[in-house]
Design a binder for this molecule. Sequence first.
Ligand code: DMJ
Length: 480
Amino acid sequence: MDQPYHLLNHCQGNFTEFQRGVLWLSDNLTFDVDARVNLFECNIRVLGGLISAHILATDTKSRLDHGLYKNQLLNLAEDLGQRFLPAFDSPTGLPYAWINLKNGVMENETTETSTSGCGSLILEMGALSRLTGDSKYEAVALRALRKLWSMRSSLNLLGTTLDVVTGEWIECSSGIGAGVDSFYEYLIKAYILFGSDEYWDIFHSAYLAVQKYFRHGPWYHEADMRTGRATYWQLTSLQAFWPGLQILVGDIAAANSSHREFFHVWQRFGVLPERYLLDHDMLHPTERYYPLRPELAESTFYLYQATKDPWYMEVGESIINSLNSYAKVDGGFASIRDVMTMQQEDHQHSFFLSETCKYLYLLFDDSFLADKNYVFTTEGHLLPIRSSWHEKLPESYISNWTSIKNGNQGTHASAMSLQVCPAMFIGGNITPWVESACHVPDSRVDHRCITDDDCGIDSTTCRRRTCSMAGYCGLWLFIL
Ligand code: DMJ
């Protein structure tokens, strides 16, 4: 198949440009500005970018000339992290959504925030703590996450917006899209990055509740957190990240079926509309735009990694062709204001480069990831999985990890790169697994769920589910 490289420069390994960027930021970036910024956006875009670039600047690849890098990006990241701290100074420990970088929380600042806004800070703040040795960043983010989870309903559901002063929910309807999405993503990724069972336990309960109350076939609607009753039947462009998350838990069949639906919608409109009303079978009257979002490309990348099915490369090619046809302009790519007219607007979000382009690039050339163990933040920034950052290896992994290590099968690999399926290790002299295909801990020999409650979905799919052809079956880590 012809690979549509013309969208992207073939720039892997362009250390000169990396060095130029690092040094330019070192000389020119300051956060001592009287500017009100959104904590969540600044965290995922700026703090995450600085931390990830610092890690790349200091890994074994020697991407910068000797002696030039003296932790400038980490120092900037620490300065920014410090400026975030006043946001957490609320009666509940839940952070204010907006903060002035110079002056802290403004007088009369809004007390309303979103679930993703206060529940998706742990990767960047945790990494900052690990890199600086100062635990306070991780501590405030974790305290906020714990508080948020304590506000869940008896159904293990959360709302979309809340008040950081009263700790009360404002919007009790929620789904997997806007205002909530990265909350789920950061639980599973925090578990992968920091190895604490607490993240897995929360994620597991939250994931099962999503599958139980929001899922309708391959679609996800919204529901009221108190009753579990469906509220809004809408497809949103942000929801398209969910199949990628499902790959991390090994729910490949479910990921594949949802991803196909999102791609059908992409094909129908040429791009993904921001919101589509499923119950009226029409576009949302005011949310007809496509701001170059990455979520479908992201899921396509994960599904390809999991299955190696070339069909996903065709999906990627189709996405790239659409971007070139509808969004390419001199000097960049333009957001689409209306998917019916393909009218463009003069705006290119930073996530187009950090996510959309990155996932499309990696779909066709993943050599950068070979023998690496990274998680991607919600903004597509890379964080390495290191045993020194792990509180402890999850118990179910220890025996297998040791066995594999002793068997000289390599320690520099992740499930993604090795495409290892837990089922491959059942029997022999290796201890049987203690997880079902839905990753529900159990002790059954075939590790299949028997009841729907075990699965959170319908248990028949668990009993039928097998690992992908490539043998990859979700989260299975070999830690450096
Ligand atoms: C990105 O900024 C992040 O992925 C965020 O979590 C939600 N989606 C946007 C891009 O669509």
